[in-house]
Design a protein around this ligand. Structure first.
Ligand code: HPA
Length: 402
């Protein structure tokens, strides 16, 4: 470790940081044993500049190596200087979560953390702070908040209420709401039609936890932002997650106002919430939407005389609606529905060990199928009407599960 810290300190001394006066040096060891160094470089457009870590990575790449086995970062000042959020991701490109990152000052060694400990956190830690691994994870802290506020909550089923279904939460008996703002790690939705509250109570005798409002990738949040919220459901006792959304239909016979039970999905988001330093990330999704539950839901729908189609949901990042050519391509891929949500939550839920059931409310025929232009307002108003039907089905299904 000492040779790596010495190399980082020498790079620190060469750093070019005339605007911030905050010099940083980094050193990386590669499998050959060679050490590559980098220093931060600022310019008149500061704060745009190069961090020390990617400078060192660039030197390693130019020398033909592709893996980092150990890392050191040196900077002066009272605060512990850890790699920034972006640099953590860059290191993760060439190293696993076990990568040791030795942090030092010009006077010597201070602390060692692993990349896995740092990655969930965007910026730095105070020296002497608990490391993130020692600290409670966000979902455990959020679960503590729930238990403190509603000691007898113990929900069995979590629900994510998509566009048009927000009203379902109003029907929850003895419901208590907690704003996402009070729950550590819960990302705040910014889209009209989504509230941002966790509502706990009873539906048809079943204890539920409803996520009223969700974030979408098109709001600019990282896909991993969904993880704490889903893990919190598990931590407070949920075994099952019911996801709902508004979607466009790719089938003429499943028009606006239809309800569809999701059988499977196609992830066209180009992103996955398990990317990065997540344990057990190679998750089996061959039955993402629980077959037994799907059969039970269909029986309930038949009993309640609610028409329920089945289909495959394809997620796109949005926020623009699709082109007709994309819709034709998605049809050829086997999609029945298209939307901009749900898939990250489902992957996160399966990873957390929750069984998943999914429903779409069809708000429109997809682009190019009806001759109408698509709009978010139309999505919201159509979702409201069919939402009442889905609320009835969900209430009946909760009774069945209770
Ligand atoms: N495309 C994508 N997302 C949607 C649509 C659509 O047609 N309708 C409701 N959400």
């Amino acid at each position: 470790m000492k040779d790596l810290l010495d190399a980082a300190r020498q790079a620190y001394e060469q750093a070019y940081a005339p605007y911030s006066n905050f010099q940083v040096g980094a050193a990386l060891r590669a499998p050959s044993g060679r050490i590559y160094v980098g220093a931060n470089v600022e310019n008149a457009a500061y704060p745009i500049g190069n961090c020390a870590e990617p400078s060192a990575i660039a030197a390693m790449i130019a020398a033909g190596e592709r893996r980092i086995t150990e890392c050191a970062v040196v900077a002066a000042g009272e605060r512990l200087c850890t790699p920034c959020g972006g640099c953590r991701q860059r290191l993760a490109e060439f190293a696993g979560p076990d990568l040791k990152i030795h942090l030092g000052s010009p006077d010597g060694y201070r602390q060692t953390l692993t990349l896995g400990e740092l990655l969930p956190y965007a910026f730095d830690l105070e020296e002497g702070d608990e490391t993130p691994m020692e600290a409670k994870e966000l979902h455990d802290r959020a679960a503590d908040v729930v238990r403190a506020r509603i000691p007898d909550a113990a929900p069995r089923v979590g629900l994510i209420l998509g566009s048009g279904l927000g009203g379902f939460a109003d029907g929850i008996e003895a419901g208590t709401a907690i704003d996402y703002a009070d729950l550590p790690g819960f990302p705040q939705p910014s889209v009209e039609g989504h509230g941002g509250r966790l509502v706990l109570g009873t539906v048809g005798g079943l204890k539920v936890a409803c996520l009223q409002g969700r974030v979408h990738l098109y709001e600019g949040v990282p896909v991993q932002a969904i993880l704490p919220m889903i893990r919190t459901l598990r931590a407070i006792g949920c075994e099952t997650l019911i996801v709902t959304n508004a979607a466009g239909s790719l089938r003429e016979d499943v028009g606006p106002g239809s309800l569809v039970l999701i059988e499977d999905h196609i992830n066209m988001l180009g992103q996955n919430p398990l990317t990065g330093a997540v344990r057990d990330r190679f998750l089996d999704l061959s039955e993402a939407y629980d077959k037994g539950y799907r059969e039970r839901v269909q029986l309930v729908a038949a009993r309640e005389q609610i028409e329920l189609a089945t289909g495959v949901y394809l997620a796109t990042p949005g926020p623009s609606f699709e082109t007709p050519a994309e819709i034709r391509a998605f049809k050829a891929l086997g999609a029945d529905l298209v939307g901009m949500s749900t898939v990250p939550e489902v992957i996160a839920a399966r990873h957390a060990g929750l069984d998943v059931i999914g429903f779409s409310i069809v708000t429109n025929l997809a682009a190019g199928m009806s001759g109408n232009a698509l709009s978010h307002n139309e999505t919201l108003s159509e979702a409201g009407a069919a939402g009442a039907k889905l609320s009835r089905l969900l209430t009946a299904f909760c009774k069945e599960l209770a």
